[in-house]
Write a protein that binds this ligand. Structure first.
Ligand SMILES: NC(=O)c1ccc[n+]([C@@H]2O[C@H](COP(=O)([O-])OP(=O)(O)OC[C@H]3O[C@@H](n4cnc5c(N)ncnc54)[C@H](OP(=O)(O)O)[C@@H]3O)[C@@H](O)[C@H]2O)c1
Length: 238
C-alpha cells in the first residue's frame, strides 16, 4: 500500500457527504489535503473540524472555468502539485423526462461533466510535470446502467466515463492513473433534493463510501485500479 502520510491531495466536493467523510479519513492518515466546494461557510466548518488551515481551502464552482483557474493557482501556491485529485463534486437531478427542463439538463452537464473536464484539465499539467498522479472520479452506478428518471444525470455520468477513458488513452505513456468509482446509493445529502422514495437505511453509509476512496488512494503505483464498484448489498445493479 502507498503511504498517505504527507501525500498532497485535492478533494473537490469536499463539503458533501462523501467528501467530508473522506477528508477526515485522509487527514487522520497524515495526508496534506486541500479542500474545495462552492459553499464557503461549509468549507470553513469542515476545515476547522478536520484541522485544515485556511490556506488549504478555496470556494469555487467547478462549472466555471475562471474559478477553477483561480483554485489551481491557490492549490499550487499553498500546497504544491497535488499527487491525487478526488472529484466528489456533483449534483443529482432525477426527474421523469416530462418534468425535466433544458435548464435541469444543462445544470447536470455543467456541474457533473464540464466540472470534471475543467478540474482534470487544470490539474494535468502539474501531474504531467511530476510524471505521475492519480485522478479519482465518481460516475456512480448511473454512469454504467440506466434508470428511469436519470436521463440528465446519466448523460453527465456516462459522459464522465467516456471522457476519462479517452483521456486515459492520451496518458498511456505517463504514470498518471485514472480510476472511475461506481458507487450505488449512498445515504448522503445528495438525496435531499430528489423527489424519489428511497430507503436510506439500505444505502451505503457515507463513511463506507469514503473508505473505498481512501483505499483507492493507497493502491500501489505499479498497477492501476481502473474501475471499482461498491453497491448496497440489496440493490446490485451491476
Ligand atoms: N450519494 C449517492 O448515492 C451517490 C451515488 C453514486 C455517485 N455519487 C456521486 O458522488 C459524488 C459525491 O456525492 P455526495 O453523496 O457526497 O453528494 P452531496 O452530499 O450532495 O455533495 C455534493 C458535493 O458537490 C459539491 N458541488 C455541487 N455542485 C457544485 C459545483 N457547481 N461546484 C463545486 N462543487 C459543487 C457540493 O458542494 P457545495 O454544497 O459546497 O456546493 C458538495 O460538496 C457526486 O459526484 C455524486 O454524483 C453519489
Amino acid at each position: 500500500m502507498e503511504k498517505l502520510n504527507g501525500k498532497k491531495i485535492l478533494v473537490a466536493g469536499a463539503t458533501g457527504g462523501i467528501g467530508q467523510a473522506l477528508v477526515k479519513l485522509l487527514k487522520q492518515s497524515g495526508a496534506e489535503v486541500f479542500v474545495t466546494g462552492r459553499n464557503q461557510e461549509k468549507l470553513g466548518q469542515l476545515a476547522s473540524a478536520a484541522g485544515i488551515p485556511s490556506s488549504h481551502q478555496f470556494a469555487a464552482d467547478v462549472s466555471r472555468s475562471p474559478e477553477i483557474t483561480q483554485l489551481m493557482e491557490a492549490v499550487l501556491s499553498h500546497m504544491g502539485a497535488p499527487e491525487i485529485l478526488v472529484n466528489a463534486a456533483g449534483i443529482g437531478i432525477i426527474k421523469p423526462l416530462d418534468g425535466l427542463s433544458e435548464e435541469d439538463f444543462m445544470n447536470s452537464i455543467h456541474t457533473n461533466l464540464l466540472g470534471t473536464f475543467l478540474l482534470v484539465k487544470a490539474i494535468l499539467p502539474s501531474m504531467k510535470e511530476a510524471k505521475k498522479g492519480l485522478i479519482i472520479n465518481i460516475p456512480g452506478v448511473l454512469g454504467k446502467v440506466p434508470m428511469a428518471g436519470a436521463a440528465a444525470y446519466s448523460a453527465s455520468k456516462y459522459g464522465i466515463v467516456g471522457m476519462m477513458q479517452s483521456i486515459r488513452e492520451e496518458l498511456k505513456r505517463t504514470e498518471i492513473r485514472i480510476t472511475n468509482l461506481f458507487l450505488g446509493g449512498v445515504d448522503s445529502p445528495f438525496w435531499d433534493t430528489i423527489d424519489l422514495k428511497v430507503q436510506k437505511e439500505k444505502m451505503i453509509r457515507e463513511e463506507e463510501a469514503a473508505r473505498s476512496i481512501w483505499f483507492l488512494c493507497q493502491q500501489p503505483a505499479s498497477g492501476v485500479v481502473s474501475e471499482m464498484v461498491l453497491q448496497p448489498f440489496n440493490h446490485q445493479a451491476i
